[in-house]
Design a protein around this ligand. Structure first.
Ligand SMILES: C[S@@+](CC[C@H](N)C(=O)[O-])C[C@H]1O[C@@H](n2cnc3c(N)ncnc32)[C@H](O)[C@@H]1O
Length: 214
């Protein structure tokens, strides 16, 4: 999945991953992050998710990272916000109020540009990436967020039945990717009524990653 793949998806509005409501796992389990008012939440590979609307309404400061300017312009428009747009190293920064989104490649973002993060909300980010990239992504995200706790959603299905994205990321892989830095706890596992695009049965899982020693 290179950048062209995702730019094309957004330009052709092929965004089946975009949900018309905030994710029920976010609504149910956000409190587990135990954040203070005004906490800074990093949303990697954010698209134009309504989860950002929900986090802002919950009083969070939000930083998103997203490749597609089409997605980010739609996000601000849906929120009724007019962003200030400026070029920053390796990205374009869109800011309005307590929302900032970097339009660029997450692998080009640095902890210095993001600032101190209190939590990460990863929905359909890790699972958007092929297996060969996921270990680098996980390490990069840990560094970007400086070990901040995470709420992570994944899907589980038989990868031999269908190519991703979304890619299946099973419990053993979550532990392998994050177990050295975090205590890894599965909070819920739900059968997806339509499976993966109606082609194979699938579960959705939500994980709480809490920093070891934190
Ligand atoms: C499956 S979508 C999920 C979007 C959002 N999290 C949601 O739940 O609706 C994955 C998103 O990641 C973006 N993306 C893919 N690779 C990226 C990268 N290297 N850096 C930043 N964004 C990326 C894509 O443009 C796409 O919007």
């Amino acid at each position: 999945m290179d950048a062209v793949f995702w730019h094309t998806k957004w330009e052709q509005n092929q965004i089946g991953f975009h949900s018309p409501v905030p994710h029920p796992f976010l609504v149910s389990y956000f409190a587990r992050l135990n954040l203070k008012p005004g906490a800074h939440v990093l949303v990697p590979l954010c698209g134009k998710t309504l989860d950002i609307h929900w986090l802002l309404a919950a009083g969070c400061r939000v930083t998103g990272i997203e490749l597609s300017p089409v997605a980010v312009e739609a996000l601000f428009q849906d929120l009724g916000l007019v962003p200030q747009i400026e070029a920053v190293p390796n990205a374009i920064s869109y800011t309005a109020g307590t929302l900032r989104v970097f339009v660029g490649d997450i692998f080009e973002c640095t902890p210095q540009s993001i600032g101190r993060v209190d939590a990460v909300y990863d929905r359909a980010a890790l699972i958007a990436l092929p297996e060969a990239v996921r270990a680098s992504y996980a390490q990069h995200l840990i560094g970007l967020a400086q070990n901040a706790p995470q709420l992570l959603t994944c899907v589980e299905y038989d990868q031999s039945k269908r190519a991703g994205p979304p890619f299946a990321v099973l419990a053993h892989e979550v532990s392998a990717l994050y177990g050295a830095a975090y205590r890894v706890a599965e909070l819920e596992k739900t059968l997806l009524p339509e499976g993966i695009k109606g082609l194979c049965p699938a579960y959705e899982t939500v994980w709480h990653l809490s920093p070891k020693g934190g």
